[in-house]
Write a protein that binds this ligand. Structure first.
Ligand code: 6CS
Length: 344
């Protein structure tokens, strides 16, 4: 009888422990802060909203999104994420080269293809992204979640250009913090002016700069087509963005929450990759419909040749900056070759 009572007590105790454990798991609900360099309907916003929805549908945690401007400029948000004030960051790769030099890989001229299927394959399967960059992000206090494309870089100017000579003396705004963007526009014959997004509109209105580069979808969304006269496709680059988490925050998550965050990132990556294939067409379609006076130029292969030649010195300069850069660029070329051969 005594033995039976002890068993009863033990079972009650175990049930109690189980209840406490279950309750504490389900009651624990955090609010995580996610800041990004764009608005909610822009590509980084599409990724962030898909990430947020997944987290909120599959846990008790919530995500508070801070769109561009609400917490300062992109460089400020990167510092805030590294400091742990923000848990998640969506950021244009063009802003990261000053802090993580290897990220300038994504702004190198004439390295990335313009074919969306190849880009899709690359962003899903790249060894650079999936294997080499995560430990580099860790060294900077960040956990890399995704890198994704936003569209081909298009250059908008007040006057048409067809050669590096035409760009001579032209002040071209580039995203700040990336040595490679400055080197690129110098190699293209222009005078690069690094400037935050927040200053660009005013600079175009007051003719402080003669042009800028951005993906077509962004040019249309932020009216840059009405602030300049010509859009030129040079084929020299692609606009990309990253999503990352503060590393100490990520490391301290339970295994369950780590899996949740990874799964949310995978889901959001799928969502934005399928959208990304259509973004250029959306942007261009709307510009053509709403702004018929805006001139659209696609440089011919012959016109691109001197720009491609000039790009070689920029690629070499990137590789010469460190062993890490060189290894990444070599692997990037191998990843892109694989994408070219396998993209369907
Ligand atoms: O040009 C820029 O600075 C901005 N362009 C895009 C496409 N996203 C955010 C970034 O800040």
């Amino acid at each position: 009888m005594k033995h039976f009572m002890n068993l009863k007590k033990l079972s009650a105790l175990l049930t109690g422990c189980l209840l406490i454990a279950v309750t504490s798991i389900s009651v624990y609900a955090a609010e995580w802060k996610y800041a990004m360099g764009e608005g909610e309907s822009d590509p980084q916003g599409i990724y962030a909203m898909a990430f947020k929805d997944f987290i909120e549908e599959n846990s008790r945690h919530t995500i508070k999104i801070y769109p561009v401007g609400s917490l300062g400029e992109e460089a400020d948000m990167l510092e805030q994420t590294k400091a742990g004030i923000l848990q998640f960051l969506g950021q244009s790769t063009g802003y990261m080269g000053g802090t993580i030099p290897e990220m300038d890989l994504f702004t190198l001229p004439y390295v990335m293809p313009t074919d969306t299927k190849q880009l899709d394959y690359f962003f899903k399967n790249s060894k650079v992204i999936n294997e080499m960059l995560p430990p580099i992000f860790n060294q900077h206090g960040l956990e890399l979640l995704s890198i994704f494309p936003e569209g081909e870089m298009a250059v908008t100017t007040f006057e048409p250009f067809h050669s590096p000579e035409d760009l001579q003396g032209k002040k071209m705004r580039v995203m700040p913090g990336s040595p490679i963007l400055v080197e690129t526009y110098k190699a293209f014959g222009a005078s690069p002016v690094p400037m935050t997004w927040g200053d660009l509109i005013g600079a175009l209105k007051t003719n402080m700069v003669d042009g800028q580069e951005n993906p077509t979808v962004w040019i249309e969304a932020y009216d840059l087509d009405n602030l300049t006269k010509v859009l030129t496709y040079t084929g020299h680059g692609h606009f990309n963005a990253s999503a990352s988490a503060n590393k100490p925050f990520f490391d301290e998550l339970s295994d369950r929450d780590k899996k949740l965050v990874r799964a949310a990132a995978e889901h959001a990556h799928k969502v934005i990759l399928s959208e990304a294939q259509k973004l250029d067409a959306y942007g261009l379609g709307r510009i053509v419909r709403t702004n018929p006076d805006f001139q659209i130029v696609t440089l011919t292969q012959q016109e691109r040749a001197p720009f491609k030649e000039a790009a070689k010195e920029v690629q070499a300069s990137f590789a010469a900056k460190s062993d890490s850069n060189k290894k990444l660029l070599d692997q990037m070329m191998a990843d892109l070759k694989e994408a070219e051969e396998n993209a369907e």
